[in-house]
Structures are given as structure tokens and as C-alpha cells.
Design a protein around this ligand. Structure first.
Ligand code: G6D
Length: 328
């Protein structure tokens, strides 16, 4: 049996708790359609998702576990063009628009609708935005569905419909530390990413439009290895030739997380000085205390056609699925 129940607490506000037969617990919040906890039933329960000890902490810091959009990553120069018309978005990151701007989708309180049956339980989060919000065109309905299954998979399904052409490139900004303790650096986690290329980035983390082969670089995770102490904030271009796209294993090898997506890229962001000391559930965040695994279209796609197309059009609703599966 899987189930979902709504709970309320002083520190976390309204939350939805999903459980499955093995005793896995996933908690999500309507604030930013956010993943709060993913507790694996080993030891006294190992929570592999990093996060604040209060919902206010999450709201203030914005991105932890949240749904990111309308456009994840950076829109270089805060401008983009669709069908010859130029649009201006907000400068919240040194001349660029990061994660949708000042009022990204993480800042919405989403409506929640729950569902459950024998094999899976979940929450459908919905938010509607008016034409021009944050500079993005279109009246758009966004939906994110969290589904926990009995086989320990957590799927995030993204849907969107618009009444005029706009951009949509969502992700989830969950930070993971498979030890369950973000006071420990992730450096000895084992990582494999099935990507032979990364998108090259500028100093300000916008993409250049070029791609770089990972062979012989710090980006080569095509064979499993320790992630080490290198700071990553880079889009890996997924080969999509294997059953999963990415795998992370805890240093004690008790927990393995596989991620499978239909998106072309995953941005891996290993936390740095910006996050150090943050009031996490397990105490102050260590340097390199977690890694964000952000599946998405390649950042900069609105500018570089070689990366694909993130235009959402009225005649083509958006639908995308990323599945995270834990093996323990
Ligand atoms: C992202 O790529 C970005 C980082 O540069 C940013 O600092 C972080 O979110 C908060 O993943």
C-alpha cells in the first residue's frame, strides 16, 4: 500500500507525506512545489534530501528542493526573442535572469491535489500565471506531479499549457547528500554521469553555445568515481544510451540513487561558500555539503538552437518526466 496524507506543523506549514510499503517517506510542500524530505528506511531513517529546518528558511533561501522556472538556469542578458519579438526578464544575477527571476515558480504557493492507489501515491501541484509575469509572455498553467511508487521511485512530472508562445524549461532544485548529514561533505560519494559532453560556460555561468568533450577533464564521470572536492556548476549533456542517466552512491554504499530523465541535460551544482553554514535539518551546511541534480533543457537553449528548443506553444502542451529511484 502507498498513501498520502496532509499534515500541518508550526515550522513547516502544510506538508504532504507520501509513504510506501518499504517504509520510505517523501514530504513535499506547496511552497514552491518543493521536495522537503526523502527518508530511506535504513538505520533510524536516513533523509537524503538537504533542506532547512523551517519552511521560512526555504522561502528565504528560495531554491532548496523547489520547482524552478519558468526557465531554469540563466537567461543571458535578461532578454530573449520568440518569433521575432523580444522579451525582457528580470536581472537577479549580475546582468542575467537566474531561475525565473525575483519571482520564479519557487515563490508560488501551489494548489495541491492528492491521489493514491495500491502501487503509488502523490500530489499534483498547480499554479497559474498571468501574461507578463516576470517578463515571460502567456497565461500559463504549470503542473508538477510528485509520485512515489512501491518500488522506491519518485517521479517528477512537469506539464504546462499556454495561450501564447513562451519559454518553459523547468527543473527541481533538490540537493542530495546520501549520508543523510549535510555537515559532511559529499566528496567521497561515487558518481557516474552518462554524458560524454558538457555545455561550456562563461565566468558568469551562462553557456557559450559550445560543447566540450569530457574525456580527460574534471567532467569525466562516464565511469563511476568519487566526486571529489571540485566545485561543479555545469550542464552535462546526457547521452541517453543507458537505463539511467546518472547514479550517485553513498560512501558507505548503503544507498544508491539513479536518475532517469527525458530532458537533454543535467546541471550538477555542488554547493559552495554561498550555502556554507545554512541552518539545515541536520545542522550547519558543510562546504560541498550537498549536490543539486537538476535535469533540464540545456541552459541558454533560447539563444542557441543547437541545444534544441524550449519554446512552449499553445498547440503543444509541455510534458516531461524525471524519475529518481533509490536502491538500499
Ligand atoms: C543553480 O547553476 C545554478 C547555480 O549557479 C546557482 O548558484 C544555484 O542554482 C543556486 O543550480
Amino acid at each position: 500500500m502507498t498513501s498520502v496524507k496532509q499534515l500541518t506543523s508550526d515550522t513547516m506549514g502544510t506538508i504532504y507525506e507520501l509513504t510506501n510499503e518499504s517504509g520510505t517517506i517523501v514530504r513535499v510542500s506547496p511552497e514552491g512545489a518543493r521536495l522537503l524530505d526523502w527518508v530511506i528506511p535504513i538505520e533510524e531513517g536516513r533523509d537524503i534530501v538537504a533542506g532547512y529546518d523551517s519552511i521560512q528558511g526555504h522561502i528565504d533561501a528560495r531554491y532548496y528542493g523547489a520547482t524552478i522556472g519558468p526557465v531554469a538556469g540563466r537567461i543571458a542578458g535578461t532578454r530573449f526573442t520568440i518569433d521575432g519579438k523580444e522579451y525582457q526578464t528580470e536581472d537577479n544575477d549580475g546582468g542575467n535572469t537566474l531561475h525565473g527571476g525575483f519571482n520564479g515558480l519557487d515563490t508560488d504557493t501551489w494548489l495541491a491535489e492528492t491521489f493514491e492507489d495500491q502501487t503509488k501515491a502523490g500530489v499534483i501541484f498547480t499554479t497559474d500565471r498571468r501574461d507578463g509575469t516576470g517578463g515571460f509572455p502567456g497565461n500559463v498553467r504549470y503542473q508538477v506531479t510528485y509520485t512515489l511508487s512501491n518500488d522506491n521511485a519518485l517521479s517528477l512530472t512537469y506539464d504546462a499549457v499556454t495561450d501564447q508562445a513562451t519559454l518553459f524549461n523547468p527543473t527541481n532544485h533538490g540537493y542530495f547528500n546520501l549520508t543523510g548529514d549535510t555537515q559532511k561533505a559529499i566528496d567521497t560519494h561515487l558518481v557516474q554521469i552518462n554524458a560524454n559532453h558538457v555545455a561550456e560556460t562563461n565566468e558568469d555561468v551562462t553557456t557559450t553555445g559550445a560543447k566540450t568533450a569530457v574525456a580527460g577533464t574534471k567532467f569525466d564521470f562516464t565511469k563511476e568515481r568519487e566526486i571529489g572536492d571540485t566545485l561543479l556548476d555545469d550542464p552535462f549533456l546526457l547521452d541517453h544510451e543507458q537505463e539511467w542517466d546518472l547514479q550517485v552512491t553513498s560512501p558507505d554504499q548503503k544507498v544508491r540513487l539513479t536518475v532517469t530523465t527525458d530532458r537533454p541535460a543535467v546541471v550538477i551544482y555542488t554547493t559552495g561558500t554561498g550555502e556554507v553554514g545554512a541552518a539545515m535539518k541536520t545542522g550547519p551546511m558543510a562546504n560541498h555539503g550537498a549536490m543539486a541534480i537538476e535535469t533540464q533543457g540545456v541552459p541558454g537553449t533560447e539563444k542557441f538552437q543547437q541545444f534544441g528548443d524550449i519554446t512552449l506553444r499553445p498547440e503543444t502542451p509541455f510534458h516531461s518526466v524525471t524519475t529518481y529511484r533509490v536502491h538500499f
